[in-house]
Design a protein around this ligand. Structure first.
Ligand SMILES: [Zn+2]
Length: 150
């Protein structure tokens, strides 16, 4: 199980190797993504709270990166965090996500990005429920929920 100390260690000393890498130009991303997806994934924007697709959705399935399809979260780790964004306690795999210190907007936060395409997903905070204590606060626009494969 990933804990806050692991997140800090990754951000400080280096993130795990992804299973693959997707490197597109910003023009290629703009052609492939919707404008709302582009603003979140490629320009680090934050979508409005509550008025987003997966905030109150608890259908079973896998949440994959809307940019590259990298599997990020299982619906079983999704919980109601009263934040207005979809929230998870664990990533699907240790190397699914990369962690970066984010000092923007006069805050000290931990940014989370897709480890395959480097798309911005949201932030992770150490105020989640036990046992991991993690709260991945993720923009719906960066996610796509897919059915479990049989
Ligand atoms: Zn991705």
């Amino acid at each position: 199980m990933l804990r806050w100390i692991d997140v800090l260690t990754y951000a400080k000393y280096g993130n795990p190797e992804p299973v693959r890498r997707v490197n597109l130009t910003e023009e290629e991303w703009a052609a492939q993504l919707t404008p709302a997806q582009f603003r979140v994934l490629r320009q680090q924007h934050t979508e409005p709270p509550y008025r987003n697709a997966y905030c109150r959705s608890y259908e079973p399935g896998l949440y994959v990166c809307a940019g590259c399809g990298n599997a990020l979260f299982d619906s079983g780790t999704k919980y109601h965090a009263i934040s207005g964004w979809p929230s998870f306690t664990q990533p699907l795999a240790r190397n699914a996500i990369r962690y970066l210190f984010d000092d923007s907007h006069h805050m000290q936060r931990m940014e989370v990005r897709c480890n395959v395409c480097a798309g911005h997903l949201g932030h992770v905070f150490p105020d989640g429920p036990a046992p991991s204590g993690l709260r991945y606060c993720i923009n719906s626009e960066s996610l796509s929920r897919v059915e479990y494969q049989a």
